[in-house]
Design a protein around this ligand. Sequence first.
Ligand code: PMP
Length: 285
Amino acid sequence: MSEVIYIDGKLFPTAEAKINVLDHCVLYGDGVFEGIRVYGGRVFRLAEHVQRLYESAEGIWLKLPISQEEMCKIVTQTCEANKITDGYVRLIVTRGVGALGLDPRKCKEPSVICITGSIELYPEEFYQNGLGIITSKVPRTHPKSLNPLIKSCNYLNNILAKIEAIQAGVPEAIMLNHQGYVSECSGDNIFIIKDGVLKTPHPSAGILNGITRAEIIKLAQAEGIAVQEPELTPEDIYNADECFLTGTAAEVVPVIKVDERRIGNGKPGPITMKLLTAFHELVKQ
Ligand code: PMP
């Protein structure tokens, strides 16, 4: 955990970093956030994360008090203050303090919070041998209800799917969209490989447009692997040759079983491992 936490222009020792209980982020989950990685002293794809934070804020009519450049500086300065060389950054913008009641106009000023910490990856065994996942019965939020492109501080839709996964004894769950097509997992994007083609749901399927997802698509294209963003059914996943998940925290993790069905030969596939290795190389650059 951080030694100091940034809140609205000041760095506080962790024990003294406090926010007001009347912040609408506490009361209603009214805010947006980012999870970012630091590798070898450099913040990975910081500009992209900050851009997505601003897009999320725009999506909930939250006007940020500072520029994207200033937001980037907050992240790098908090990392420097905590001497983070490899770790995780949680950047949060809350609606701010206001009286009870949903009306965001009650909140005069958003709060910007930056926390740094160590990262907890999946156990190493999962990266080598792959993991089993399930399909959740909880549908992903309808894009017209709360677009999953918005990384809001209300993650209950995802948490319900995560609970289902935990109850089934697996670490992740696929979420289907309102049409029954695959969207993403509770905290990761999903990819499959079928007949040499890399496939992942299009952002319009109702997903978070993952920063890791974008990097994997670029790496695949650089390797000459065809990439498609089609509608995917649960059967497409079951019948895939390979499957893997991507996310800032998870990086690239192979999936070998979905709803007790074996994917491919039940071992992490060669294209998955190639992309996993390429991603590890990329973050070192
Ligand atoms: N989908 C969801 C719902 C997420 O919360 C995340 C981030 N943990 C992702 C996908 C992956 O996105 P990124 O690669 O930008 O971390």
